[in-house]
Design a protein around this ligand. Structure first.
Ligand SMILES: Cc1cc2nc3c(=O)[nH]c(=O)nc-3n(C[C@H](O)[C@H](O)[C@H](O)COP(=O)(O)O)c2cc1C
Length: 200
């Protein structure tokens, strides 16, 4: 599986979480191409042809970014606007991304209790719905998003632990089917609970 890893952090040198994860993923040897998109396009002038070519050359596209204002960072939004063109990503002949996987990795400054989905709160997967719908339109397989809360205040060790988990999951082919993968995980978790209860 050829993995394209695109990191959209406005200042990766000053970043703690996303820089650590980028390094961990690169060092894993599982990533075919990894890029710091803000250093690639400091003036926001995206080379559309180059981006489209790269997308076509890979099987799984990983978009990594910090959550900014309950959304993606601005260059990632512009990358969608510019690169996912009519008759490339959608339209009668727009099948260039069809069948590829889309994996989101997001660092979240806020705490889990503020993303519980109840009342005024929204969950991270809910906030990422536009990305899921984009994947649907392009006939891509949308993997369950990966995210970590408390990104500014948590210990370095925690950041690394999450990074290790991303490394483990990044080339898991089962993630291409998000719903099936979730169902399997729920099933495995329940078996753990029953075993802890001494039931079998
Ligand atoms: C402009 C800006 C907007 C942010 N908006 C949010 C937000 O909406 N929700 C949230 O939980 N954290 C928010 N944060 C916190 C970032 O998500 C957090 O600093 C980042 O994930 C840490 O990763 P890094 O160490 O790679 O920079 C924001 C930070 C900045 C600078």
């Amino acid at each position: 599986m050829k993995i394209l890893h695109l990191v959209f952090h406005p200042d990766l040198k000053a970043s703690r979480v996303n820089r650590t994860w980028k390094e961990q993923l690169e060092q894993s040897g599982k990533i075919y191409t990894s890029r710091d998109m803000y250093s690639e396009y400091p003036d926001f002038q995206i080379d559309v042809e180059k981006e489209q070519k790269l997308l076509q050359e890979h099987d799984r596209i990983v978009l990594q970014f910090p959550m900014y204002w309950w959304s993606v960072t601005p260059l990632l939004k512009k990358w969608f606007d510019d690169v996912l063109q009519y008759q490339f990503a959608y339209g009668s002949k727009g099948d260039k991304l069809s069948g590829k996987d889309l994996q989101i990795i997001c660092s979240v400054g806020g705490q889990a209790k503020n993303y519980n989905g109840f009342h005024m709160f929204a969950s991270v997967p809910e906030l990422m719905k536009p990305l899921q719908l984009t994947a649907n339109l392009a006939k891509m397989n949308y993997a369950q998003p990966l995210y970590m809360f408390n990104a500014d205040a948590c210990a370095d060790e925690e950041v690394k632990k999450f990074g290790e988990k991303w490394v483990e999951l990044i080339d898991d082919s089962r993630r291409a089917d998000g719903l099936k993968y979730t169902n399997e995980k729920i099933h495995e978790d329940l078996i753990d609970v029953y075993q802890q209860l001494g039931m079998d």
